[in-house]
Design a protein around this ligand. Structure first.
Ligand SMILES: Nc1nc2c(ncn2[C@@H]2O[C@H](COP(=O)(O)OP(=O)(O)O)[C@@H](O)[C@H]2O)c(=O)[nH]1
Ligand SMILES: [Mg+2]
Length: 224
């Protein structure tokens, strides 16, 4: 009897991610996946992105958490389509998978959307392993987490396109070296885009918004 060995546990996730990419391309929707450890500022950043872009683009949000709908509730004031994935209702997973994202996409009216934001579950490990079919993977690193995290969690930084170095308003209160964290980021992934910002004060947010606007516009204008 031939024993079957599952060679790639991520194979079905990758297949579904490829289907998502095709679906997003057909509808010319730009999708970002925002990841970080808990409390780095993901929801605050998502809220600020929506505030700034909702008059220009049709936006929808997918919120990932293990428990509660708190983040979706915070964003509900924007009156845009939001789906909350609560993983405690099925497997308590510490990451999102592409089949669940596909389920969310099927609940949106894709023809009307330009931009989808995924807030992944707070964790610098597992979300790095799952391709969600997104156009851009963004990791938020707050300055309160220390300079060494890119070296300790290299997969998160290797698989991301962009780092948002958040909470720079707190720098005067911390013993923190910006050159050291920038060097650790560059050593882990020399190609990654870096934006320094405070989602609280708005300092440094504009260049990131311009980056998003450029990418959304490119996707909207892209040829099928
Ligand atoms: N000082 C400061 N606090 C921030 C900043 N961004 C987020 N926060 C605070 O950090 C905490 C966690 O933020 P949240 O957006 O919920 O993080 P999430 O768990 O990654 O979604 C909240 O109290 C925010 O107000 C920032 O740039 N500066
Ligand atoms: Mg959050």
């Amino acid at each position: 009897m031939k024993i079957k060995v599952l060679k790639d546990i991520f194979a079905s996730n990758k297949e579904r991610a490829a289907e998502i990419r095709e679906l997003l391309q057909q509808n010319r929707i730009y999708m970002i996946d925002i990841m970080s450890s808990p409390g780095a500022g993901k929801t605050t950043i998502v809220d600020k992105i929506i505030d700034n872009l909702k008059n220009t683009y049709h936006i929808a949000v997918i919120e990932g958490d293990i428990k509660t709908t708190k983040d979706a509730e915070k964003l509900s004031r924007h009156n845009i389509p939001i789906v909350q994935i609560e993983t405690s209702l099925f497997r308590n997973d510490c990451h999102l998978e592409s089949s669940w994202i596909m389920g969310c996409l099927q609940s949106f009216d894709l023809e009307t959307l330009d931009f989808i934001i995924i807030e992944n579950i707070g964790n610098l490990v597992c979300p790095a392993e799952f391709d969600l079919g997104e156009d851009e993977r963004i990791v938020v690193l707050s300055v309160t987490e220390g300079e060494d995290k890119p070296l300790k969690y290299p997969m998160m930084f290797n698989t991301s396109h962009t780092v948002l170095l958040n909470k720079i308003d707190l720098l005067p209160h911390l013993d923190y070296s910006l050159p050291a964290v920038l060097d650790n980021i560059a050593r882990t992934n020399p190609k990654i885009n870096v934006f320094q910002m405070s989602a609280k004060t708005g300092e440094g947010f504009e260049p990131f918004l311009n980056h998003l606007k450029t990418n959304i516009a490119k996707k909207i204008e892209s040829i099928l």
